[in-house]
Structure formats: structure tokens, C-alpha cells
Design a protein around this ligand. Structure first.
Ligand code: HEM
Length: 384
């Protein structure tokens, strides 16, 4: 294989490519794309925990021409920050997230299904997966219906702010919606009891002015919405496919185990990127300062050195939860348990509420994305 970067929509079975590379070249220099590619579990962990690598800068010198509001949001996202800025913004994102009130999702999912169900058929991806995770976050912070509708309508185009490369059309939509998105979220969050105490806490601890903390807070709330939409959509889609293909949905415990095994076996996020800030060795390969590194988490999850019979879907494997799907180290996802719990609850609701559920797709198409494997549609038929 010459190129490590491909659209998931173009590849039927990325896992066979990963296996080939794992066996032959667990650390691979991709000449075409000028980046290192890490396929094995051991080396993926080593890189993710390595202090000599950083998150690459998205949009250096504003080469994408983002407007002021969009630029402010992008520059404050913990997901894309390094060093002390990452420490502070991660702390803020975690404080916001810790104020998420757990809410029952049954009512939300029931309304989403009823709204779009036609002839007992529904597209699970567009009607549920793209809306349930972000709605759960927004409702748990008490956002009004009208604000939820606006955010859900715009989040797909706005989430492209994370892309390392953007088309002109993508930039246009990001710029169009940044200011309104920011102001809706600021208006609502500023009324919540935790808002002031968070500003005081962070300003005292890090000596930063309130205005800057507000920008970090609002931007990272938008970041939580983006990640709920993107990755949240993927865990719900892929888990549904695998619990039905493997018939592992007899009770909630089995569903939860299936969600965790899906995260290992067929994760929504396939890779993440780093850039080296020093020369260092990984195995026998010397990584030079400023080299780009692609960490293939989905390949590490299929590494037979780590997972026995790694190419088999097995909910009883003892270490499935050690998958790298949520990353590891300083940038590890802060919504791991939230996401697993949401998917378990949503799928339990579906199988308890409907007597028969049939998958109507025999060939799943995927979005044209490099870092994520997200089904475009999953049509199902459900009957009470
Ligand atoms: C199945 C669903 C999810 C998957 C697979 C996932 C995956 C990941 C991964 C791989 C990273 C680390 C990236 C890196 O180290 O380069 C990450 C970071 C992050 N995730 Fe998730 N995520 C999921 C859901 C969510 C949700 C629902 C939220 C928000 C509500 C969220 C918020 C975040 C944040 C804020 C970070 C950045 C943490 C930091 O840089 O310190 N994720 N996620």
C-alpha cells in the first residue's frame, strides 16, 4: 500500500488494510503523504503518551480565512490545544461537562422516532444518531427548544471547523453561523448557576481575565456539541449494526458489552494526528522534529498482540475495554462513559420498546471522511 490516507467511503474493509500493515510495517513512513503511520497497539500507546509530540495546528496564520468569531472558537478548543493552554481549556471543558445533569433519554428518543417514522421505517442515522447525543447534552443544560433546533440544524456544517483542510463552501458556512452559535450559547450558559463560580475558580487559579475564560468556556461548549454530533453519531450507528448482526441484545448488560466491543471492533473514530517537537525513536524508526504522525487507533484495536482473536467480534473477551477508541494520555476523551452509557440506554430503549426490529440495509455506505468511519444511513423497520 502506498497511501495511508483514504476516504472511508472508498474502502470496503479498512481492517484488512490495517492488518496487512500491522503484520508488515507497524511503524510506516508514507512517502506520498509525508507522514509516519502507527498501526500497532504498543506503539500507538507510546506515541499518545509521548511528551515529545503535540496536536498539529489547524489553520496556521488563519490560512482558511475564518472570521473573528469562528477563529476565536477554533483557537480555544481543548481538542486542538497544547501545553498550558490545553491544561486550562481541558479543565474548563471538564468543569462544564461535570455540570451536565443526567437526564432520562427515553422521552427524547421516543419523540425523535415518532417524528420521522413512516410506514414503520426510519433512518436510524439521520433521525436518531445525529440528534440524540447532542440533544441529550443540550437538554441536560436546559436549552430551550428553539435554541436546540438552531444548534442541531447548524452543527453539521459547523463541525467542519475541526478539519485540517476546508473547502471554500465549508468556510463560508462556518463563518456564517459562528457568531450566532456563540451568542446563543453564551446567553444561556451565563444564566446557569455554575457559570460565575467557574469563571472565579479559573481566574483565581490561572490569573486570566474573565473575558478570556468566557471565550474558552463558550468555545469548549461548542466543542462538546461538535464531538457529540460526530463521534456520538458513530457509536450509536455502529453499535446498532453489530448488536443485530451478532444478536447480542438479550439484556442491558449484554448491550453494554456489545457497545464496548463495537468500540474496539468497529470504532467511529479511526485515527488521530500528532506532530513531533523533538527527534525520538519509536522501535527502530527515528522520528524527526516536525514530522507528522498518523495514529491509527482502529488498527491498534485489532492488534493480536493485545486482543486474542482480534479479528473476531466477541463481547466476552476480557480486555475489550482496553481499546484505544477514546485515545489515551493527556488528550483522552472526557466523554467516554457518557458515550457508552448513552448508546447502551438508546439501544436498550429500542429493543425493549419494539417487538421486531429489522435492518433494511445490506450494504452500508460511509461518509467521505479520513478520520472517522460513519455510516451515511441505516434504514430499519420497527414494529410494536
Ligand atoms: C464514541 C464517541 C466518542 C469517541 C470515539 C471519541 C473519541 C475521542 C478521541 C479519540 C479523542 C482524543 C483525540 C486525541 O488524543 O487526539 C477525544 C477527545 C475528546 N473528546 Fe471524544 N469521543 C467521543 C465522544 C465524545 C463526546 C460525546 C464528547 C462531548 C460531549 C467528547 C468530547 C471530547 C473532548 C472535549 C476531547 C478533547 C480532550 C482533550 O484534548 O483534552 N467526545 N475523543
Amino acid at each position: 500500500m502506498s497511501s495511508s490516507l483514504f476516504f472511508q467511503s472508498d474502502v470496503k474493509d479498512p481492517y484488512s488494510i490495517y492488518k496487512l500493515m500491522l503484520d508488515k510495517n507497524p511503524v510506516y513512513w508514507d512517502e506520498t503523504n509525508q507522514n509516519w503511520v502507527i498501526y500497532s497497539y504498543e506503539y500507538c500507546v507510546e506515541i499518545l503518551k509521548n511528551s515529545q509530540v503535540e496536536i498539529p495546528i489547524v489553520n496556521p496564520n488563519n490560512e482558511h480565512n475564518l472570521n473573528d468569531s469562528a477563529l476565536q472558537i477554533l483557537n480555544n478548543l481543548t481538542r486542538l490545544s497544547n501545553g498550558i493552554q490545553h491544561e486550562i481549556t481541558r479543565e474548563i471543558a471538564m468543569l462544564v461537562f461535570s455540570n451536565l445533569k443526567s437526564i432520562a433519554i427515553d422521552q427524547i428518543i421516543s419523540q425523535l422516532i415518532q417524528k420521522d417514522l413512516s410506514d414503520n421505517k426510519i433512518d436510524w442515522v439521520n433521525s436518531v444518531c445525529k440528534k440524540l447525543p447532542i440533544l441529550s447534552v443540550l437538554k441536560s443544560f436546559g436549552f430551550e427548544e428553539i435554541d436546540c433546533d438552531f444548534i442541531i440544524e447548524k452543527i453539521d456544517s459547523f463541525s467542519k471547523i475541526m478539519l485540517p483542510k476546508k473547502t471554500e463552501e465549508q468556510v463560508k458556512l462556518i463563518n456564517e453561523n459562528a457568531e450566532k452559535l456563540y451568542s446563543i450559547i453564551e446567553k444561556h450558559l451565563s444564566l446557569l448557576p455554575f457559570y460565575k463560580s467557574l469563571l472565579i475558580k479559573i481566574s483565581e487559579k490561572h490569573s486570566i481575565i474573565a473575558e478570556e475564560i468566557t471565550a474558552m468556556l463558550i468555545s469548549n461548549f461548542i466543542g462538546l456539541c461538535i464531538q457529540s454530533y460526530d463521534a456520538g453519531r458513530g457509536i450509536l450507528s455502529n453499535s446498532l449494526l453489530h448488536i443485530f448482526q451478532n444478536k447480542t441484545f438479550s439484556n442491558k448488560t449484554e448491550i453494554e458489552k456489545s457497545v464496548i466491543e463495537t468500540l474496539r471492533f468497529d470504532p467511529p473514530i479511526h485515527n488521530t494526528r500528532r506532530i513531533s517537537i523533538e527527534d525520538f525513536y519509536i522501535g527502530e524508526s527515528q522520528i524527526k522534529k516536525n514530522d507528522s504522525i498518523l495514529i491509527v487507533l482502529a488498527s491498534a484495536n485489532r492488534d493480536s498482540q493485545k486482543f486474542e482473536n482480534a479479528m473476531d467480534f466477541s463481547i466476552e473477551r476480557f480486555n475489550n475495554h482496553e481499546n484505544l477508541t477514546f485515545g489515551i494520555g493527556g488528550h483522552m476523551c472526557l466523554a467516554k462513559y457518557f458515550s457508552i452509557n448513552l448508546a447502551t440506554e438508546a439501544l436498550s430503549y429500542l429493543v425493549n420498546e419494539y417487538k421486531t426490529i429489522a435492518l433494511l440495509e445490506n450494504k452500508i455506505e460511509y461518509e467521505p471522511l479520513i478520520n472517522a468511519r460513519l455510516p451515511k444511513n441505516i434504514w430499519i423497520r420497527i414494529n410494536n
